[in-house]
Design a protein around this ligand. Sequence first.
Ligand code: GLN
Length: 279
Amino acid sequence: MNSLTSRIRQTLQKTYSPEEAKALAMMICCDMLGLNALDIYTGKDIILSASTHCELENILLRLQKHEPIQYIRGFAEFYGNSFRVAPGVLIPRPETVELVEMIVKEHTAMAPAVLDIGTGSGCIAISLAKALPKAKVTAWDISEEALTIARYNSEKLEVNVRFEKQDVLLEGISSEVQYDVIVSNPPYILEGEKLAMEANVLEWEPEQALFVPDNDPLLFYRRIADLGRELLLPNGKIYFEINQAYGNEVRDMLREMHYKEIEVINDFFGNPRMVKANK
Ligand code: GLN
């Protein structure tokens, strides 16, 4: 550590834990300001140009306001690819990678028709289209802003995904296409959970992507499962990311709706995070 990284760490420790401040300081110096990593590690004195100094001050100001580093950098890593992100879309989470991995594993070398509901940055839809090149992927979102970002990501990552503006909660959605897979990571946080949320999520990420309307934890799952009865092919499957507090409720609801082979699956933290079921 040299005096530059120490200074950055000290500044950030007013807002972040020592570990977070250290990781952020290294990321800022090596990845964002493009300083020589060897100089940083060997403690060589670094003199910043006026413009780099300005850039650094700007990054620190934004971080002190709890802005997520992914929004500041403009991208987030997900399933081996870099996705553009901005405050209009949720930052892809590592748990969601597990959902993608599960679908990929179960459809390798196949050509499934896939529908991703509430695509946000497009991370699920685009990752599936990349990993399953024969898949035909459609993705819905209610937000025009999200669709613009998702379209940009699909072009940058060179996959063909059909994006459609759609409010899944609206009655009367019909589709000429039927799907082998419906996947969704819908908003699933309840009003009462706000208190436990980090400022970088609560103050920066889109409310519409986080909080379920009417404080009804099953709202999106019920609606999507209902839609699945019409939109899924006879052997089609549904894959959900869920709020860890509602695994049993989502399972029971799917059972009542006559879905079969329902499984609630833990994420790598050991929390029930995914549900899959067959039509
Ligand atoms: N897992 C996200 C979080 O904890 C929430 C994602 C969602 O609501 N679908 O912030």
